[in-house]
Design a protein around this ligand. Structure first.
Ligand code: B16
Ligand code: MG
Length: 227
């Protein structure tokens, strides 16, 4: 067995969930599209991009604004509950095999290297998804939509996770995100942000977690902090 990499700068890492560790973004899209259809609002994959990382309520408000539809508070609550029920039907089918490529091996390596691992998700279903993937035990801290008062792009989800759960500082902690709102949140909190996909605002952009490992992340953080 090879010895774990010795890291100098990286003490903590916070993963977003949907779109980073597992592709539940497609489930959100299917459920929102079904809801939008019932309301007579056209809703495309392009429209859905704006909802990534955004809370359930803000997502509904966004769709209603697209269709110029007004609902009462009670109707909004009913629609959100309906969307979540459809979403959970899809989530219930998740298995550990549904983790995105490279996610499991990266978690294993980071844990072996002693990096503290957090989850920073806007989702209120995050704990359930971690259980379905059988990865709850990897996390020193889970901050999800139930624990925050301000959703991304506010940095609360990441600062709470680092300071309160990981006991690390933004300067020695990396955030991994797949959404523009999440990258903005990470950078506003002073974190080095790795973006997955087309996210030019991120400090480092990758196509997949398969492209990174603990040593690469440590070196990228060192280089960024020494400028
Ligand atoms: P829920 P993340 C976010 O999760 C999703 O990207 C976003 O599409 C969703 O609306 C939000 O969670 C709330 O999810 O309805 O399950 O509470 O990317 O921040 O992990
Ligand atoms: Mg995401």
């Amino acid at each position: 067995m090879t010895a774990p990499a010795s890291l100098t700068a990286l003490k903590g890492i916070i993963f977003d969930l949907d779109g980073v560790l597992v592709d539940t973004a497609q489930f959100h899209f299917r459920a929102w599209k079904r809801l939008a259809g019932e309301l007579g609002i056209p809703f495309t994959a392009h429209d859905n991009e704006a909802l990534k990382g955004v809370s359930r309520r803000d997502s509904l408000e966004h769709i209603l604004a697209l269709g110029k539809v007004s609902l009462t508070e009670e109707e909004k609550n009913g629609r959100m509950a309906q969307k979540n029920a459809w979403y959970l039907e899809l989530v219930n089918e998740l298995t550990p095999d549904d983790m995105l490529p490279g996610a499991k091996s990266l978690l294993d390596e980071l844990r072996t290297c002693g990096v503290r691992i957090g989850l920073g998700s806007s989702s209120r279903n995050a704990e359930l998804i971690l259980q379905k993937l059988n990865i709850s035990g990897y996390f020193d801290g889970v901050v999800d939509g139930n624990k925050i008062s301000k959703s991304k792009p506010d940095p609360e989800v990441f600062t709470l996770c680092a300071l309160h759960y990981l006991h690390t500082q933004p300067s020695d902690t990396i955030v991994v995100e797949d959404a523009r709102s999440g990258v903005e949140a990470a950078r506003a909190g002073g974190f080095f942000c790795v973006g997955i996909g087309h996210l030019p605002q991120a400090d480092m952009v990758i196509a997949s977690l398969e492209q990174i490992n603990a040593t690469l992340l440590d070196q990228a953080l060192q280089a960024y902090r020494s400028v």
